[in-house]
Ligand binder design. Structure first.
Ligand SMILES: O=C(O)CCC(=O)C(=O)O
Length: 272
């Protein structure tokens, strides 16, 4: 059967609207999965990464933040041609990288409390999508090893879950390594309990609307010498562009001019 990218995209966007999540299968091949997995395990070892002392991040879970500062291998993730169009369809093309981190759920970890990734934003719910996040499976994700759990349709709810423990019927986002779960920032979800003796490794690639503050400060967190190696689209995504030719400007110029060392050129069509 021939592959029709626009039909695939519409199917995912319909599921995002209806269920608040969708799974994109076989996004990256086995070699890429292994390369990402090996690099994250190397970083865990070299940085002596330890679990955080809180139930939200997980007391048996290893997390590494700010991955774009840790190697060129991570630059392919935010711009992937099968995932970014879904994000752009939910937010818009002015969307931003909000954070990029790994989540390695260890054996014996308890289920993470259900939450919504936009629950700190003081807007009445339901509201338009302002956050759209993804989880890249670098091991198989199963119900037993801690696959992300989601409450289908809960992105339409008029509130977020109660902090620390509201029971709800959830689906486990079971998927093979190399697949990607995409979910709306309002959906109720959390990492699952890991009842196996193996780690469940994923990359959380999170996006926000271009007018919202990014969760990880990308312009300070990524050294300029690294950001200069990024493609034009990746530079925009981390915040070296403007939203609607206005938001994010420096003296009516794009911050990308400053990244490159100038000279700053006033934005054509800038209207205040
Ligand atoms: O690890 C997961 O599957 C989900 C993690 C998550 O939702 C979070 O840490 O905010």
């Amino acid at each position: 059967m021939s592959h029709d990218p626009s039909a695939e995209l519409s199917g995912h966007l319909e599921r995002m609207q209806r269920d608040g999540y969708t799974i994109v299968e076989r996004v990256i091949d086995d070699r890429t999965v292994a390369a990402l997995r090996d690099d994250l395990r190397r970083l865990e070892r070299e940085r002596a990464v330890a679990p955080a002392p809180n139930l939200f991040e997980g007391v048996r879970t290893l997390r590494i933040y700010n991955l774009l500062a840790h190697g060129a291998i991570y630059q392919q993730i935010p711009v992937h041609e099968r995932i970014l169009p879904i994000i752009e369809g939910v937010l818009d093309k002015g969307c931003l990288v909000s954070s990029l981190s790994s989540i390695d759920i260890g054996p014996g970890e308890a289920a993470q409390p259900l939450h919504a990734d936009d629950q700190l934003i003081p807007l009445p719910k339901p509201h338009v999508s302002i956050i759209c996040n993804t989880m890249w499976a670098l091991t198989d994700f199963t119900e037993a090893n801690g696959a992300t759990r989601l409450v289908p349709g809960s992105h339409h709810a008029d509130r977020s879950p109660q902090p620390f423990g509201e029971p709800a019927r959830t689906d486990a986002a079971e998927m093979a390594a190399g697949s990607v779960l995409v979910f709306d920032g309002s959906i109720w979800h959390g990492g699952g309990a890991n009842r196996t003796d193996q780690y469940r490794l994923g990359v959380a690639m999170n996006y926000c609307a271009g007018w919202l503050r990014q969760q990880e400060n990308q312009q300070l967190g990524i050294p300029p010498d690294i950001a200069r190696t990024f493609s034009p689209r990746l530079r925009q995504l981390v915040g070296y562009g403007l939203y609607k030719k206005l938001i994010g400007h420096v003296d009516k110029c794009s911050p990308e001019d400053l990244l490159d060392g100038g000279p700053p050129r006033p934005v054509v069509g800038f209207t205040k």
